[in-house]
Design a binder for this molecule. Structure first.
Ligand code: GLN
Length: 281
């Protein structure tokens, strides 16, 4: 590739404090050249149009737009997911929920799963891609998020086993959307306290949808609502796995035990923070 373009991109990113400027420069250049980064020739031809796109994307990156929102896709668990500004970017912490769910699904031979707040579909689709005889329903309040989930479902060839429903779980009649109870509920609901949102990093505050972040005044309103509904949505002995914020595990445990659910486990993330709590009906 023209060394000047590559070098200049690396330098611009590095000067802006981007942590992995070489890797990001390669990914951004591959993206505008329309090639897979692994297949990118040493000297790709970059025409004026590509250069214009590259400069625009580098400027966005420097302003704080996350790389995945520029590239419009991101690796999560074992697949590559389309993302957009209408979905929460899949995060490594949430892969812990997928791993914990897969263990429980296999141990208990669970056959159907409900994902509350499916977003890009990364949790639901990762589970179904691993468990070939499982069916799943993904619910989201955002039509645009579900369009992304729908694309990912098709891309992963899971359409036959996935149903996507656009609804708020605060709506009357929400429970009437489901024909039969589930073996498993998974969710990474919005859990940020409303007043904390403006303090989040720009990459989250500006580029993840507020509706996927805002957990109400104390950050717990979605957990309370899920706890309220779960005994209607879940079979006897069904499981619930929830991602929680860094200081929420104990509070969420209390919300669910007050409703009669049994806490069966907690999983920590890479930073040793309690990140996923597990309950059984
Ligand atoms: N993980 C996101 C963050 O901390 C929040 C996601 C959520 O509210 N579920 O930035």
């Amino acid at each position: 590739m023209q060394p000047s373009v590559y070098q200049k991109t690396i330098e611009t990113l590095a000067e802006a404090g981007i942590e992995s400027p070489r890797l990001e420069a390669r990914l951004l250049i591959a993206d505008v050249s329309g090639v897979n980064v692994d297949d990118m020739p040493i000297t790709p031809i970059i025409d004026d149009n590509m250069l214009e796109n590259l400069n625009r994307n580098v400027a966005r990156r420097i302003e704080g737009m996350p790389l995945d929102k520029i590239l419009k896709h991101r690796e999560f668990y074992k697949s590559d997911f389309e993302v957009s500004e209408d979905v929460l970017s899949p995060r490594p912490d949430t892969e812990i929920l997928v791993e914990a769910a897969l263990k429980i699904i296999k141990e208990n031979n669970l056959k159907n799963v409900l994902d509350l707040g499916t977003g890009s579909g990364c949790i639901l689709l990762s589970l179904l891609a691993e468990i070939k005889d499982m069916q799943g329903v993904g619910v989201d309040v955002s039509e645009k998020a579900l369009q992304v989930a729908q694309k990912n479902t098709k891309k992963m060839r899971l359409s036959k086993r996935v149903t996507l429903i656009e609804k708020s779980w605060f709506d009357d009649g929400f429970l009437g959307s489901f024909q039969e109870p589930f073996d498993l509920i998974v969710s990474n609901p919005p859990y940020i306290e409303t007043s904390e949102i403006e303090k989040l990093d720009i990459s989250v505050r500006k580029y993840d949808p507020i509706v996927a972040l805002d957990g109400g005044e104390d950050g717990l309103k979605h957990y309370r609502q899920i706890a309220e509904m779960a005994s209607f949505l879940l079979k006897d002995e069904g499981y619930i796995l929830l991602e929680v914020g860094y200081n929420q595990a104990e509070k969420v445990k209390k919300i669910f035990s007050d409703k009669g659910f049994i806490h069966t486990g907690t999983v920590r993330d890479l930073a040793q923070i309690d990140r996923v709590v597990i309950f059984k009906r």
